[in-house]
Write a protein that binds this ligand. Structure first.
Ligand code: 5GP
Ligand code: ZN
Length: 114
């Protein structure tokens, strides 16, 4: 999608600090980190939100979650633990409409969510 911020980041049209990349997924540092480690992980195919996950494209979601343990280990947050967040739609607080998962660690997080 030509006007999608994360598609532009994946294409390298907008610079980012890349943490991991393969043929299916792209992981980069969030520009406004909410934790000492805050990574955004996206599918390389444009999927608008969690509402658009289907049997056809769920392989991208699987690829992201299969890689989270290795990324967390690389960041050094695997032992203490971390939070993975998806914001979907208006009430979910989604601001970029390309499916993404926030991987955050380096501090404890509260629960219930605000
Ligand atoms: P959302 O609110 O949609 O769940 O998350 C979007 C995230 O993208 C936010 O945490 C925001 O800080 C991050 N973000 C927005 N624009 C940019 C950008 O240009 N570069 C990077 N690295 N992150 C961005
Ligand atoms: Zn996109």
């Amino acid at each position: 999608m030509s006007d999608c911020l994360f598609c532009k980041i994946i294409a390298g049209e907008i610079p980012s600090t890349v943490v991991y990349e393969d043929d299916m997924i792209f992981a980069f540092r969030d520009i406004e980190p909410q934790a000492p480690e805050h990574i955004v992980i996206v599918p390389k195919e444009h999927i608008g939100s969690a509402n658009e996950i289907t049997g056809e494209n769920s392989k991208y979601v699987a690829a992201i979650f299969e890689k989270i343990p290795a990324i967390a280990k690389e960041l050094g947050i695997d032992k203490d633990g971390y939070r993975v967040v998806n914001n979907c739609g208006e009430y979910g607080g989604q601001t970029v409409h390309h499916l993404h998962f926030h991987l955050m660690g380096g501090r404890p997080f509260g629960w219930p969510a605000g």
